[in-house]
Design a protein around this ligand. Structure first.
Ligand code: ZN
Length: 112
C-alpha cells in the first residue's frame, strides 16, 4: 500500500513540535493508511505540566493543522501526557534502529 504512511517524515514533525512553546516531545507514532487516499496518524504528545488547558488545546490544534497542511493527513489522534509513558522506551529503540538503518551504521546503535 502506498501513500503518506510509507514516507512520513517523523523528524520534520518533531522539529515543528519543538517550535511550539509548552510542547516538549512526541512518541508512539503509528501512521497507517486506511486507503491510499485516507491516512490516519496517532501519537502521544508530551506537554509542559504547567500549561493551562487552553494552551495544550491550542498546541493540539496547531499540530493538527500542520499535519494536514504538510502531510495531507486529516485524521489525527493525539494522546496528551505530561511525562513519558511506558511505550516510550520501545519507541526510542525503534527510532534508534531506524536511524541506524538510515545511516547504514548497524554496528553503532545508540540510545538517546
Ligand atoms: Zn506516551
Amino acid at each position: 500500500m502506498e501513500g503518506a504512511a510509507d514516507n512520513f517524515d517523523y523528524d520534520r514533525l518533531l522539529a515543528f513540535v519543538k517550535t511550539l512553546p509548552g510542547a516538549k516531545d512526541i512518541h508512539d507514532l503509528p501512521v497507517w493508511s486506511v486507503t491510499p487516499e485516507r491516512v490516519a496518524l496517532s501519537y502521544h504528545l508530551i506537554v509542559n505540566p504547567e500549561n493551562s488547558l487552553e494552551r495544550s488545546t491550542e498546541i493540539i490544534k496547531q499540530l493538527k493543522e500542520y499535519v494536514l497542511k504538510e502531510f495531507k493527513i486529516s485524521h489525527t489522534t493525539i494522546e496528551i501526557e505530561t511525562d513519558q509513558c511506558g511505550s516510550f522506551t520501545i519507541f526510542k529503540a525503534f527510532q534508534a534502529i531506524r536511524r541506524a538503518i538510515k545511516t547504514e551504521m548497524m554496528g553503532s546503535i545508540t540510545y538517546q
